[in-house]
Design a protein around this ligand. Structure first.
Ligand SMILES: NC(=O)c1ccc[n+]([C@@H]2O[C@H](COP(=O)([O-])OP(=O)(O)OC[C@H]3O[C@@H](n4cnc5c(N)ncnc54)[C@H](O)[C@@H]3O)[C@@H](O)[C@H]2O)c1
Length: 259
């Protein structure tokens, strides 16, 4: 578990989607270690339960909620359950997402294109749609949406995925303007290549696949999921109180340029 002693989220509740794996799970553990009550949300219920088990074993407080972020009623129910369990909805990390394989746009099926937009874009829209009224009513809150380096930089053979992640940045910025005056702060987090099950699938799990991805990182390594968790906690903390509608690159220099 990441060391999070300089963040204090005691008394706060955090809603995290994609909490059954990778960046979402690690962030759920980090928030819990910092004292937050965590709603671990995932369409994979067993995985969400496993995250909760890990949090409870470390002395933290969490509930698992099965929810497909593409279904409005399920997202609303997850928000309502978080509220009824914890009494508030202070922070949200809308992070659930899916990838495409490494191939040109002409090989992307219509079915995959729709699914990518459903999960990566509509999922974020539905989460914010149901979270914002709750946060406005309680006097404020913070929302972090997971985009990607692929949301600020175009990547060959990732056209459909890039389009979804650019859309997450646009949604985050536009909506941030709408609610900044109500003390609801929205930003996008743009991770570089991060060591998770998703990246294991993208690399194919081979040495060659890993080498190909590491070569895209100026620092010569993958990010650790804990580095995303720390960035998310910063974006949810008062340390970033003046950061609104930003797309924050945590990417080892990947988006800085060519060379
Ligand atoms: N790993 C990376 O290198 C990387 C880089 C940039 C951005 N991202 C983004 O970070 C986020 C997390 O990625 P990860 O690497 O941890 O992936 P992951 O595959 O390890 O975890 C994703 C989780 O989301 C859940 N999920 C998928 N569809 C869902 C749905 N419809 N409803 C609810 N839950 C759903 C999965 O069950 C899984 O537990 C994604 O949005 C991804 O696009 C990842």
């Amino acid at each position: 578990m990441t060391k999070a002693q300089n963040y204090d989220f005691s008394g706060k509740s955090v809603f995290i989607t994609g909490a059954g794996s990778g960046i979402g799970r690690t962030t759920a553990l980090a928030f819990a270690q910092a004292g937050a009550k965590v709603a671990a949300i995932d369409m994979n219920e067993a995985a969400a339960q496993e995250t909760v088990g890990q949090i409870e074993a470390a002395g933290g407080k969490a509930i698992a909620i099965k929810c497909d972020v593409t279904k409005s009623a399920e997202v609303k129910a997850a928000v309502d359950q978080t509220l009824s369990s914890f009494g508030s909805l202070d922070c949200a990390f809308n992070n659930a997402g899916i990838e495409q394989g490494v191939y040109p746009l002409t090989d992307v099926t219509e079915e995959l294109f729709d699914k990518l937009f459903d999960v990566n874009v509509k999922g974020v829209y539905l989460c914010m749609k149901h979270q914002i009224p709750v946060m406005e009513k309680q006097g404020g809150g913070t929302i972090v949406n997971t985009s990607s380096t692929a949301g600020v930089l175009s990547i060959r053979n990732q056209g459909a995925y890039c389009a979804t992640k650019y859309a997450v940045v646009a949604l985050s910025k536009s909506t941030a303007l709408e609610v900044a005056g109500q003390n609801v702060r929205i930003n996008a987090l743009c991770p570089g290549i991060t060591d998770t099950p998703m990246i294991e699938r993208v690399s194919g799990g081979t040495e060659e696949g890993h080498a190909r991805l590491v070569a895209q990182e100026p620092v010569g390594r993958y990010a650790r999921p804990e580095e995303m968790a720390r960035a998310c906690m910063w974006l949810c903390s008062d340390d970033s109180a003046f950061v609104v509608g930003a797309a924050i690159n945590i990417d080892g220099g990947q988006s800085a340029g060519i060379g």
